[in-house]
Structures are given as structure tokens and as C-alpha cells.
Design a protein. Structure first.
Length: 172
């Protein structure tokens, strides 16, 4: 009986049938921790390329907003998702950048319209009041800009999902 207590907790003390023969092997040592921010291998395109493409996307969104095409942030987001697979930026960096791009693209025509004297403030006040938010013009404008950002991020995720993964992405 005391021999059983000495075996308690020792490796191989209690053999439960033929587990090793059934495919249950020995446990491996865990892989060493590598912090994500320490690897800079993920950048395939330079920061300048990304900034210029984000600026071009904001200009396209601003021009289409001035024409009245409200869906273009989604389309530009899909393009950013396609480009991001080739560019290699992590989604933690790309998603906020795409959201800021869409927000800037929609805010610029609104700002230019306000400077020209168009009644965007009154329209924004009515939109805010109809949605149950406080009836301030800033609330309506912020809501409009947030909708553009959500459209662009949804388009980014769709573009990223539709792009096939590269072979080196699978083994990272």
C-alpha cells in the first residue's frame, strides 16, 4: 500500500490501457513567446505607400460624397482589404487607418459645404432629433461620419476575406 503512495503523481505510474498506442503521445514543450510588436517582417509596402493610398482613398470618398454617392466608402474599403493582403499590414493597424480615411473623406465635403453657407447644420440637427439623439448639429455630423467609417471597415473586412491567402501568410 505504501508503494502506491510513492508512485502517486510520478510519470508513468498509472498506465491506463494502451493510450500511447491509440495516438496519445507525450506532451511537447510549449513554443517560446514572441511578442507581435517585436517582428517587423509584416511590412511589405512602405509607410509612404500606405499613406498615399489612404490619402487617395479619402479624396475618392470626398469626391463621391460631393456627387451624392453615399456607398463609396464601402467600395473603397473593399479595395483597401484587397490591397492590405498584398501590402501586409496587420489588421490592428489597417482597420483604424481605413476608418479615419473614410471619416476624413466624408467630413471634408461637409466642412466645405458649411463654409459655403449650405444649411448642413439644420439638416444635421433634424437628423439628430429624428434619431432620438440630442438636437445639436454636431451630433448629426458625427453620426454621419461614423456611418461612413462603419461602411469602410465592413468593406475592408469583406475585401480581406475575399482575397486568397498567400503561402507565407499561412505559416506565420
Amino acid at each position: 500500500m505504501t508503494a502506491e503512495f510513492r508512485r502517486l503523481g510520478k510519470r508513468g505510474a498509472y498506465r491506463l490501457g494502451r493510450l500511447r498506442a491509440q495516438g496519445v503521445g507525450e506532451s511537447r514543450a510549449p513554443a517560446p513567446f514572441r511578442p507581435r510588436f517585436a517582428r517587423h517582417r509584416w511590412r511589405r509596402w512602405s509607410s509612404t505607400t500606405w499613406l498615399l493610398s489612404l490619402l487617395a482613398g479619402a479624396v475618392v470618398i470626398a469626391a463621391s460624397t460631393a456627387v451624392g454617392w453615399w456607398f463609396v466608402p464601402f467600395v473603397v474599403g473593399v479595395g483597401a482589404g484587397f490591397a492590405n493582403r498584398a501590402g501586409g499590414w496587420p489588421w490592428r493597424v489597417a482597420v483604424p487607418a481605413v476608418a479615419v480615411m473614410a471619416a476624413a473623406g466624408w467630413a471634408a465635403p461637409l466642412w466645405v459645404g458649411v463654409l459655403r453657407g449650405l444649411p448642413y447644420g439644420g439638416v444635421a440637427r433634424v437628423i439628430a432629433a429624428l434619431t432620438g439623439l440630442p438636437g445639436y448639429p454636431a451630433v448629426g455630423v458625427v453620426l454621419t461620419v461614423l456611418i461612413a467609417a462603419v461602411q469602410a471597415v465592413a468593406g475592408y473586412w469583406l475585401g480581406r476575406a475575399l482575397t486568397p491567402r498567400l503561402a507565407d501568410d499561412l505559416f506565420r
